[in-house]
Every structure is written in C-alpha cells, then in structure tokens.
Design a binder for this molecule. Sequence first.
Ligand SMILES: [Zn+2]
Length: 611
Amino acid sequence: MKRIFSFIWILLVFATLTQAKEIRLSYELSLSHPENHIFGVNVMIRNNSQKFLELTMPAWTPGTYELQDHARNMFQFTALNEKGDTLSTSRMDFDTWKITASGSKNITITYKVLGLYPDAAACYLGADRAYVNGAAVFMYVEGRKNLPATLKVVHLPDDWQIATGLTSLPEPNQFAAKNYDELIDSPLLMGKLKWFSFKVAGIPHYLAIWNLADSNMPVKRVLHNFQNFVRQVYQMFGELDYTKYVFLIQLYDNFDGLEHRNSCTLSYYPDKFNDPASYDDFTWVGFHEYFHNFNVKRIRPNILGPFNYKRPAYTKRLWICEGLTDYFPDILFQRDGFWTKKRLYRQLSEELTLFQTLPARKWMSLESSSIQFWHLSDNKLNLEISYYNKGELVGWMLDLELLHRTNGEHNLADVMRYLYRKYYKHGIGFSEKLGIQRDVEAVAGSSFQSFFDNYVRGTTDIPYSKFLGFAGLKLVAREDTMPYTGIQTFKSKSISRVYDTKRELKNSQDSIKNVIMGSPAWQAGVSKGDVILAVDNQTVTDGNWVAIIRKKSIGSTAAFLLRRGTRVLTKKVPLIKSPFKKYGVLEDPTATPAQIRLRNLWLNGKKVHLK
Ligand SMILES: [Zn+2]
C-alpha cells in the first residue's frame, strides 16, 4: 500500500516537473481595427527550450472538407524575444513559418489576418460585429497541438459580448482551451448579441443571435423547436456529453451552418422567417448541425480527429458523417411533430427523385463521392453524386433493412448508439479502412456484405420498393408530363441544399446552371452558363422559359435564343418525353399488420434509458 502510494507520489512530482518545463501557450486576439477588417493576433510562447519553432496556419476548416488555405489572408508575421529583439523567421511552405529561437525562453509571435467574410468556416471583423472560426485565425505550434492554451480578446467594444463554446476564465474576455483542436473548434461571435436559453437534461443551451432586431425571426418558436430537437437527440443517445451548448446565429444575407463540439454556427436571411418553407430550411439546418454534435464530432472515422490541418483528410466515410446527419433530422422532425408523416414522405421522395436524375449514379459510388468532395469537378450535377443525397437514401434503406432482418428488434439508431459506445466512449474513431459494415453486422447479427457491396462501395440500382415494402410503404412513380429538354436553372430547393448552389439561386433564373448529360439540349449544344434570352421568339424573364416549354407538346422543337459571353446564338432543342419520373411514397392500404408494425417502429423509434 505504502509502496504504491510512494510510486504514485513520484509520478505526480515527475508530472509536475515536466509540466513546469512544458511550453505554455496563450493567444491574444485584437479587434482594434474593425474599419479595415484586420484582426491582430499575438501568440505568446513561454518556457520555450526549442532551438527552432514552426507555426502553421491550417489549410482547411474541419467540417468543410475543402482546402481554404487560410494563410492567404495572413500577413506581417514577426517574432520577438523577451527583450523585444526581432527573431529570424522564414516561410517554409504555404502554411508554415519557422522561427530561430536563439535560446529565447519567451517568444511573442504577431501577425495580422484579413477578415472579410462571416461565412461559417472563415472570419470577419467589422464595425458591426466580429466572427472568428479559429482555423482561419489561429496558427498552431508544430508538435504542440496537444498543449492547453488560453485566449484573450482585446479592444472589444464596451457594448459587445462574446459567444463561444470555450470555457470562460474569471478574467473578462478570457477563455481556456484543452488543446489546439478545441481552440479552433470553438468559434467566437462578438457583437451586440441577444441571448436566449433553454435546458435539456439540466444542461444549458444558449442561442446568441446577432441582428435579431432587424429580422422577423419568431424567437419563441425557434426556442421551442430547437429545444424539441435537442430533446429528441438526447432521447436517442440517452445522454448529452457536454456542459453547455451554444448556437451562434448571424442574421444576414447568407445561409450556412457548421458543426462544432459544443456549439454550431448558423446564418440565415433576416427577413425570410415568415415564409414557412424558409423557416423549415433554417430549423432543419439547425438540427443538422446539432446532430453533428453526435455524428462526426463524437462518432467519426478515425481520420477525422486528431486532424492533419495541412493536408486533406480524405475519407470514404462522409456518407456516414453527412448523409446520416441528413437522414436522422428528417425522421426526428416527424417524431416530434414538427413534420407530418406526409411531409417526411415528401422529403424522402424528393431526395430519391433528385438522385435518380443524376447520370453519375451509374459510375460514382458513395465511397468515391466522399473522397471526391475535396476537389469538386466543374459540373457536380453531371459528373458526381452527392454523399448527402445518396447517403440519406442509403441510411433510409439500411434502417428499413435492419428493422426487417431483426423483426423490429434493431434499427439504424441502434447502430448509432453502438458506434457511440464502442468508439466515442473509448476516445477513438471507427476504422477508416473498414467503415461501419462490421458494426452494422454486430447489431443485426447477420451479414451486410452484399448491401455495402451494392449500395455503398458499388453503384447497383437501389431496389427502393423492396425496402419500402418491409414497412408497408409503396413507391409511386408519376410520369413527368412537362416536355423534357435537360436544361436546369435551379428552382428546386433540394438541389440547392444538396449541391450547394444556394448562391446561384439568388442569381437570374434564366442562366443555365446545368445541361443534363445526354439530354436533347446537351445534344443540341446548349451549355452550362448560357443565358436564355427567348424561347420561340417569346422573351424570357425570371425563369418563365419553363412555362413556355410546358405549353408545348412532346415531339415538337423549341428554339432557344441564348447569350454566350458576347455572342447571341440559337439552338433548336427537340422536346421529348422525360426519361425521369417523379417519385412519391405512400402507405400501402393492403399492408399486413406485420408490415404496419415495422412502419410504426420505423416512425416512432424506441425508448432509450436516459442518464
Ligand atoms: Zn453537415
């Protein structure tokens, strides 16, 4: 007993001594130049014993899966020792600077960052507010990402507040992070904010909203809906593994969101909340980002954390991280009454209809699509599928297959709980190499080899009717009666959501965003980017080319007058019967009691023990 005690004591002393020698890191963020949109950053390194130090700016923001090369917006990198002497520095590559420490124990690195865009993955400083995604602002010390760090915000205007998931220190505007990953996974929204909160499982959830006064956001309703979906996820996993959660909401002319470990950022148009479809969009994205708190921030492939911020983290598993994070909010919205069953069926059938129009579904698998996302092609709709879109569909079919095989004993939520316990609770991610097939099989007690071979690794057509039949659901296909050209100008919201064309939605409805490969317009030589001026000598405005075509008959030809750059040209497009169908999901009136039982289990889920 004594010996054990002494041994522990020696260990403790040793740990304290090593800690004393360890580098201490603190960051200071200055908002002194809002008019120029320039952040000042100091990184203070204490107790340095290294001859050289390397500092790197991340090349990407976790959650975005695309290279942003944040170093492009930083400038005036310098390093000073404790006496104020400038140390020698050199840029090693695009993201990394090297400092010759020359025996200096205490070093202060300073640099500036231009912050022009309050997008979720970027940073912005203006007279109205500041938004910081840490990946775009804070450099890390190579080899020291695991060290704790503090952050102090200076020159914060008196009437501004700071919203962040970081732990507050007793001193004003100061925060602590366990390590670099946590520091940059905790964005900051600063400005005149309106605060609201609710509790689920006794844990506070805050909404910090910028620009509420200029919006028509119905705050009470938003709070009610957000609380409901947090409660749904709590009931699904049985616990909430954080001490606070913050929704950082900016109301301005943008629509995006990004997940973080105990917070998320949401942006939405301030004046659109009265429109039911827009309210739906906002709430849905809020739920999607919140669900990520479990799926991707906690349940994740092992390649997604700890991160390599210099290189793309290629993974075949984004269909799990994103596709299933699209699927569960749909199901849970229905479960808590925010959506009717009919609305859920419509959502899922719209995803299905969209997927069936994509030429690339014949050659690009879900796994391949996950890898592709880092370097998107110049025409996503013709050359790619989306792991959001097919991932949601495969999640849906997997859920039904699991219920069917286990006679209602297990579903996809059981798989999520299994992954949560098996991996997250042991501090690891699931295998990038193996994915989750073995885990699905462990839950189901049978092989899913052919399911994954066909629909995850392969491009076999999904036999939707077979899976839907398990739950007494029917897939109905309606012929599209509108003459088909293959021209797409994007009015559809679901295309916008899945294929990230939201910015293009704001553009003219007359400029062609895609011509479906192999379609009549494709064969006639109509191009993406052409602007439709007239159809059959009728002037086109605000997307009314669709109405003109709708009045024409199948078998006829339409003359499209197009502007391509400075040229004007005419293309004659034969109008044919659409090769695509519009799908709907209905409850089969002839369903057996066993099928109806599975349907109810699918819709209602099952009760989980709550902590
Ligand atoms: Zn997402």
